[in-house]
Ligand binder design. Structure first.
Ligand SMILES: CC(C)(COP(=O)(O)OP(=O)(O)OC[C@H]1O[C@@H](n2cnc3c(N)ncnc32)[C@H](O)[C@@H]1OP(=O)(O)O)[C@@H](O)C(=O)NCCC(=O)NCCS
Length: 180
């Protein structure tokens, strides 16, 4: 029987596991599109204590299979910004990323966020496109004064069926989106 996937909110006790998973996911899954130097710089900046900062608050969900952490996603619910989505190399292609993304989107739409936005790693762009995200423009994630990661700014609007007629939720102040 396939191991059951469960999602829950992350807690402080997950910090070390989050750091390990994040490091392994980048090192294994992003190296096809980024150089060794870029990947090493990227993972070298990660710190266990930097996960789940109390200020500003973030929504962090973890995915578990058989009590093992297999993925996590981090959302800034005020800005509708998906800040992280990482799956362990062993669990890739099994629906973990999709499950985390759907759960974070549901939270965002429920909070009246008008659109979810993110800077997609180049390897992950097809994943987001298949899940309704539109590529807006090329972007760069600044790691150090010398290392910038090319990425793609992407966005997905709240489905119209879920849009309230009026409202003043967190997403209401966004710049109007280009028509698809
Ligand atoms: C991008 C990422 C989050 C996707 O997570 P995932 O759990 O692999 O995604 P899912 O399994 O839900 O979906 C992957 C898709 O690829 C397909 N797939 C099948 N085998 C695959 C494989 N070996 N590797 C990747 N994808 C595979 C799946 O069938 C699915 O396609 P479909 O549902 O449209 O048919 C994950 O690959 C990852 O962590 N990548 C590295 C970190 C990263 O770049 N994160 C994004 C930062 S913006």
């Amino acid at each position: 029987m396939a191991p059951r996937l469960s999602l829950r909110t992350a807690s402080a006790g997950d910090r070390l596991a989050l750091w390990r998973l994040h490091t392994r996911s980048i090192s294994s899954l992003c190296r096809d599109v980024y150089s060794d130097h870029e990947v090493k710089t990227w993972v070298g900046l990660l710190r266990p204590e930097a996960y789940l900062p109390p200020d500003p608050p973030r929504t962090v969900l973890v995915a578990e299979q058989d009590d093992q952490l297999v993925g996590f996603g981090q959302l800034d619910l005020v800005r509708g910004e998906l800040e992280a989505l990482y799956v362990s190399p062993e669990a890739v292609g099994l629906g973990v990323g999709s499950a985390l993304l759907s759960a974070l989107e549901a939270l965002a739409w429920h909070a009246n966020v008008r659109a979810m936005s993110l800077d997609a790693s180049l390897n992950a762009e097809p994943f987001y496109r298949a899940r309704g995200y539109m590529s807006l423009h090329a972007a760069r994630r600044i790691l150090t004064s010398e290392v910038y990661l090319p990425c793609t700014r992407m966005q997905k609007r709240r489905p119209s069926a879920l849009r309230p007629a009026t409202g003043d939720g967190p997403g209401q102040g966004l710049t109007p989106l280009p028509e698809p």
